[in-house]
Design a protein around this ligand. Structure first.
Ligand SMILES: Nc1ncnc2c1ncn2[C@@H]1O[C@H](COP(=O)(O)OP(=O)(O)OP(=O)(O)O)[C@@H](O)[C@H]1O
Ligand SMILES: [Mg+2]
Length: 235
């Protein structure tokens, strides 16, 4: 039986390297999912799949590609994070740390009270989490403008402040990494998130604010970026 299941994973052989295949097989043996469905996004660094579990719920499996990740860019980003200043410069170590950091950041954001996908597990270059939206994944904000932009905007700013107060900056926040789940924002893609103990976090926050302010401007919400910065960071 086990062998048969393993055979099934071999059919993904032309998609994944041996190492990733082994990890996928392990995670599925441990019950995190039964099988992968088609990819919902082939990203710059990661491929995102939906997968079904035994009880027929759908989860998201994010797989960082070991071969084609731009790990020099990853290294530049991750070494500014206080938690990873001493990271070793091996390609794999960096990609694994990157995956781990995303997992830790999602947990931290969740502790702060922000709506994020529930993270289930990470293993090396693979992250498994809750799918936002059901039965289909919720659309990105850029694809689905909110019906009540003012409320959506306010919650987005509240989330940024809640994260800040809990010591976390998203670092890549924009209409691409905010999902619109029935008119409620859900933050995703925390791989660039860093703690406020890290050098230069202010620049990352300013960039997040700029992206958010520019997007909502299109929806008729005018905001001053300096005011927003103060609003988010005041004691
Ligand atoms: N938990 C989730 N629920 C629903 N959809 C998701 C979820 N996670 C990711 N997605 C979808 O997959 C897309 C890509 O995911 P994500 O933003 O995490 O990867 P990426 O932009 O390729 O990442 P990276 O910049 O880290 O390489 C998202 O924009 C979203 O549409
Ligand atoms: Mg993204």
């Amino acid at each position: 039986m086990a062998r048969k299941t393993k055979e099934k994973w071999k059919t993904y052989g032309n998609v994944f390297d041996e190492f990733t295949l082994r990890n996928l097989f392990q995670l599925s043996s441990r019950g995190f999912f039964e099988e992968l469905q088609s990819p919902i996004k082939i990203g710059k660094e990661a491929n995102i799949f939906t997968a079904v579990t035994k009880d027929s719920t759908t989860v998201i499996v994010k797989i960082y590609r070991l071969e084609t990740c731009d790990f020099n860019r990853m290294l530049d980003y991750i070494k500014t994070d206080q938690r990873y200043v001493n990271i070793r410069r091996s390609r794999r170590k960096i990609i694994f740390a990157w995956t781990q950091r995303e997992f830790r950041n999602i947990i931290k954001a969740r502790e702060a009270g922000v709506k994020v996908p529930t993270p289930y597990i990470f293993k090396d270059n693979i992250l498994v989490m809750e799918q936002i939206g059901s039965p289909k994944p919720a659309p990105q904000l850029k694809e689905a403008y909110p019906e009540e932009p003012e409320a959506f905007y306010q919650t987005t700013i509240d989330y940024m402040r809640m994260m800040y107060l809990h010591g976390l900056i998203h670092g890549d926040l924009s209409q691409f990494n905010i999902l619109n789940d029935n008119d409620n924002p859900v933050f995703i893609d925390f791989s660039q998130g860093l703690t406020t103990e890290s050098h230069g976090w202010q620049d990352y926050l300013r960039r997040d604010i700029k992206n958010v302010a520019n997007f909502f401007k299109k929806l008729g919400i005018d905001s001053d970026q300096d005011d927003l910065y103060t609003q988010i960071t005041h004691k």
